[in-house]
Design a protein around this ligand. Structure first.
Ligand code: TPW
Ligand code: MG
Length: 545
C-alpha cells in the first residue's frame, strides 16, 4: 500500500463517502491514486471555492466528514474562505492538498504557486482548521493521519492534510481505526446532570434550544426523544434550522431574535431556564437581545464544545453525546407538549401579481405538501431569510459565517452525498459568484431545482445603505444561462408563472431546472424586513444616546 491509498482507506473507514476536488501538478499523483483505486468517488468542479462548499454541505447532510482535494498554492489558497466557514460552523471537512516535493529543492529558486515560504499555505490553514499534518515521512504518516482525522471527528471541525507530490506513491502501513480518547469522569457527569435536572424541575418556563452540534454528533433522534419526554418546547437557532426535521419533537420554530416569529422570540427571551444543546452563541442569534438586556445568559445552561456552563461555573470535559445519553436515562416518561408547532404560509394565489419572497415560500410549501419535502441549500441574502417561512426540512446554509457563493455548490454537495434532489435558493448576486458550477450537473446526473431571487441588486446591503448606487446589479437572463449550462430555464414574472414553473420543474427529472424569479427591489421577506428594521432602530437609539 502507498501513502495515497493508506490515506484514502483511513478516510473511508472514518465515514468519508466522497471527494470533491480540482487537481494541479502538485496533486496529480494523488488524484491518479484516487481515480485508479476507486476507494472513494471523485467529483471535480470548476473553481476551488465550490469544492470547499460542496464538501462542507456533504459533511453537514450526512453528519460525517467529507473531503475537499486541491493542488498546492493557487488551489489551496482559493479555498480558504469555505474552510473558514466550515471552521466557524463546525463542519468536518478534510482538506487534502498536494504539496511541494520533499526531495531535492533548489535553494535560489522560488517554486511556482509558492506564496511567501513553502509553508505559507500550511500556516494559513492552521488558522482555520483544528489539526494539520504534512505527510513528509511515510513511516510517520499513518500516525499523523490517525491523529488528524480523529481530531476532525471529535471536534467536528475541518482539518488539513498536505501530501508532498513525491511521497504519494511511497510504501506506507495502514492507519489504525478511529479511536476516541476523551474519557469522561462519571462523577462529574452525574453531578452535572443532577444540577441540570434540578434547574429544569424548578424552572417556570424552561425551553430547549438546539443547534448544529446536535446534528454533527448524530444526536438528533436522541435529543428529539429527550425533548418529548421532558415535555418542554424546543426551538432551533438560525444556524440550526433544519434540525429535527425528520424527528418527532415538540418543535416550536427557529429563534432568530428580532428577525423571527415574535412568539418564538418571546418564548426564548422570557425563559428562566434555557437548555442550549450544542449551540454556537453568535451575534446573529443573541446580539440585540443581549445588548438590550432582554436576555441574560446566566439563566441558560450551555452545553457546547465539550463542556457545560451554567450560572457561574463550568463542567469541563462533558461531550455532548455523553450528556444527552446521561440525561436520557434519567428523564422518565414525560408530560408531552401540547403546544401547536409553527404554521407556515401555504396556498399561493396563482395570479398576475408580482412575486415576493413570501410567495416563493408559499409555492415551495405547496410543492412539499404534494411531493414531500426536499433538502434545501440556501445562499446568503434574502433567500436565507426566506427559509424561515419554509417547512422545516434538511437545510444546508451558512447562517452564521454568512458567506455568499455557498448555495449552488452546497446543493451539488447535497445531491452527491444523499442522492436526493435538492432545492437551491440563491440571490442573483450570489449566483454571479458560483452559479456557473451548475455546468457540472449533466455529467454527474445531478438535477437540482434552483430558484434565483433576481432583484438585480445586492438587496440585503441596500437595506443597510439605502442611498447607494453600488448595490445595483445588471438584470441578467438567468433562464437563458441555465439552458446554455445544460439545464432548463424558466422565466418567472408573476405568481401564476411561479406556480407553473415550479410544477414543471418538479415534473422533469434528469436535468437541473432554474427558475429565474424577478423580484422588485425593496420587496423582501418578513424575516429580513424585521431584522433590518430592528438594526436601524437600534442604531438610531444608540446615536441618540
Ligand atoms: C463572499 C457581503 C452580504 S449580502 C450581500 C453581500 C454583498 C448581497 C447579496 O446579494 P444577492 O441577495 O445574492 O443578490 P439579495 O437577496 O441580498 O439581493 N462577499 C461574500 N459574502 C458576503 N456575505 C458579502 C460579500 C454581502
Ligand atoms: Mg439580489
Amino acid at each position: 500500500m502507498n501513502v495515497g491509498e493508506s490515506l484514502l482507506l483511513a478516510l473511508r473507514a472514518r465515514g468519508v463517502r466522497e471527494i470533491f476536488g480540482i487537481p494541479g501538478d502538485f496533486a496529480l499523483p494523488l488524484f491518479k491514486v484516487i481515480e485508479d483505486s476507486g476507494i472513494l468517488p471523485l467529483y471535480t468542479l470548476s473553481h476551488e471555492p465550490a469544492v470547499g462548499f460542496a464538501a462542507d454541505a456533504a459533511a453537514r447532510v450526512h453528519a460525517g466528514p467529507s473531503v475537499a482535494a486541491v493542488t498546492y498554492g493557487a488551489g489551496g489558497m482559493n479555498m480558504v474562505n469555505p474552510i473558514a466557514a466550515a471552521y466557524a460552523e463546525k463542519s468536518p471537512v478534510v482538506v487534502v492538498s498536494g504539496g511541494p516535493d520533499v526531495g531535492p529543492r533548489h535553494p535560489r529558486l522560488g517554486l511556482h504557486h509558492q506564496a511567501k515560504t513553502l509553508r505559507s499555505q500550511f500556516e494559513v490553514f492552521r488558522e482555520v482548521t483544528c489539526d494539520q499534518a504534512v505527510l513528509e515521512d511515510p513511516a510517520r504518516a499513518p500516525a499523523q493521519i490517525a491523529r488528524v482525522l480523529d481530531r476532525c471527528l471529535r471536534e467536528s471541525r475541518p482539518v488539513y492534510i498536505e501530501v508532498p507530490r513525491d511521497r504519494v506513491l511511497a510504501d506506507c502501513a495502514a492507519v489504525a481505526p478511529a479511536s476516541d480518547t476523551s474519557a469522561v469522569d462519571p462523577g462529574a457527569l452525574e453531578a452535572c446532570v443532577k444540577e441540570i435536572l434540578e434547574r429544569l424541575r424548578t424552572a417556570r418556563a424552561p425551553v430547549l434550544m438546539v443547534d448544529v452540534e446536535v446534528r454533527r454528533f448524530r444526536l438528533e433522534a436522541q435529543v428529539a426523544a429527550l425533548a418529548a419526554r421532558l415535555g418542554i418546547p424546543v426551538v432551533t437557532t438560525f444556524l440550526g434550522r433544519g434540525l429535527l426535521a425528520e424527528a418527532q419533537a415538540p418543535l416550536q420554530g427557529t429563534y432568530t431574535g428580532v428577525a423571527g416569529d415574535p412568539a418564538v422570540t418571546r418564548l426564548v427571551e422570557e425563559s428562566d431556564c434555557l437548555l442550549a444543546l450544542g449551540v454556537i452563541l453568535t451575534d446573529t442569534n443573541f446580539a440585540l437581545a443581549l445588548s438590550e438586556q432582554r436576555f441574560d445568559l446566566r439563566r441558560a445552561i450551555l452545553a457546547c464544545d465539550g463542556e457545560v456552563a451554567l450560572g457561574f461555573h463550568v463542567y469541563p470535559n462533558i461531550p455532548l453525546a455523553a450528556l444527552v445519553a446521561a440525561l436520557s436515562t434519567r428523564v422518565g416518561a414525560g408530560r408531552g407538549s401540547n403546544r401547536a408547532p409553527q404554521a407556515y404560509p401555504r396556498g399561493l394565489v396563482a395570479d398576475e401579481a408580482a412575486v415576493s419572497a413570501t410567495d416563493i415560500a408559499r409555492a415551495v410549501n405547496d410543492l412539499f405538501a404534494v411531493h414531500g419535502p426536499m433538502p434545501i441549500a440556501a445562499d446568503t441574502g434574502d433567500c436565507l431569510f426566506t427559509t424561515l417561512d419554509i417547512e422545516n426540512t434538511t437545510l444546508a446554509a451558512c447562517a452564521y459565517y454568512a458567506t455568499m457563493g455557498y448555495g449552488v455548490p452546497a446543493g451539488l454537495g447535497v445531491q452527491a452525498a444523499t442522492g436526493r434532489r435538492p432545492l437551491i435558493l440563491v440571490g442573483d448576486g450570489a449566483f454571479q459568484m458560483t452559479g456557473w458550477e451548475l455546468l457540472n450537473c449533466p455529467r454527474y446526473g445531478w438535477d437540482p431545482i434552483v430558484v434565483v431571487f433576481n432583484n438585480a441588486s445586492w438587496e440585503m446591503l441596500r437595506m443597510l445603505q439605502p442611498e447607494s448606487r453600488f448595490n445595483d446589479l445588471p438584470r441578467l437572463d438567468f433562464a437563458a444561462i441555465a439552458d446554455v449550462l445544460g439545464g432548463r430555464g424558466h422565466r418567472v414574472g408573476c405568481r401564476r408563472e411561479l406556480a407553473q414553473a415550479l410544477a414543471a420543474a418538479a415534473a422533469e427529472r434528469g436535468r437541473f431546472q432554474l427558475l429565474d424569479v424577478s423580484i422588485e427591489r425593496g420587496v423582501v421577506s418578513t424575516g429580513l424586513e424585521r431584522t433590518f428594521t430592528a438594526i436601524r432602530e437600534f442604531r438610531r437609539r444608540q446615536a441618540e444616546a
